[in-house]
Design a protein. Structure first.
Length: 231
């Protein structure tokens, strides 16, 4: 299992949002950190095939990011996820499962299973418009897991979660990362400090650090802040 990113670039007129980023990663949890405007979301949108790069390539086990085969391996939670407020949580997961090509029987079983996993079993028949922000975020995490993705991309997944929910989320992601690739982008350093096998740090569109946590030799937050001190 391998995600290959080769000289990935995205340019908007005079601004280079992502500048020749190259990565080669296997199973595990990867924490992507960086200040606002560093290029994290642009990078993740290219890794999911939503945004077409100006240059470079993305492949997963040899599958190009533009193919349907790649998308079948992918689970994605964007930073701003669109919900259907009139749907119940169960309706929403069923709908998303059909879009992912799952049969009705498989979709129903998987949706029930995931509602329990994210702690929404009792809320599955209630309309999403009655959900709190944290509940909506947990539902978003559930939809990202519907197709048993081997590549899971999460953009600010803990936004709106309370401390207890955040701990449950970390445990879930750590478990998924034992057999799959999880890329988790966040501005909350503690979220990745507890579960990430490897840290990726972006600044001005470039990947300035890619290494194991134990190689940092200090607290992750202190290390992170040092990278953005004024020169």
């Amino acid at each position: 299992m391998e995600l290959m990113v080769d000289r990935l670039t995205k340019q908007y007129k005079n601004k280079i949002a992502v500048d020749r980023v190259s990565l080669r990663i296997g199973q595990g949890v990867y924490g992507l950190l960086g200040a606002n405007g560093a290029g994290k979301t642009t990078l993740m949108r290219m890794l999911t095939g939503i945004l077409k790069p100006t240059g470079g390539t993305v492949t997963f086990d040899g599958l190009d990011v533009s193919t349907e085969e790649y998308r079948k391996e992918l689970g994605y939670l964007p930073q701003d996820f669109g919900y259907y407020p009139g749907f119940t949580g169960m309706d929403f997961l069923m709908y998303m499962a059909v879009l992912k090509g799952m049969t009705k029987q498989t979709a129903k079983k998987r949706s029930k299973e995931l509602l329990e996993v994210v702690g929404l079993k009792e809320m599955g028949k209630r309309k999403i418009k009655t959900y709190s922000g944290g509940m909506k975020q947990r539902l978003g995490i559930a939809q990202a897991l519907l197709n048993h993705p081997r590549l899971l991309v999460l953009d600010e997944p803990t936004a709106g979660l309370d401390p207890r929910e955040r701990v449950r989320f970390r445990e879930l992601i750590a478990e998924i990362g034992r057999e799959n690739i999880v890329i988790l982008s966040t501005h909350i350093v503690s979220d990745v400090e507890h579960i990430a096998d490897r840290i990726l740090l972006m600044k001005d569109g470039q990947l300035i650090f890619n290494g194991m946590q134990e190689t940092i030799g200090e607290g992750l937050e202190d290390f992170y802040l040092e990278q953005f001190e004024e020169e």
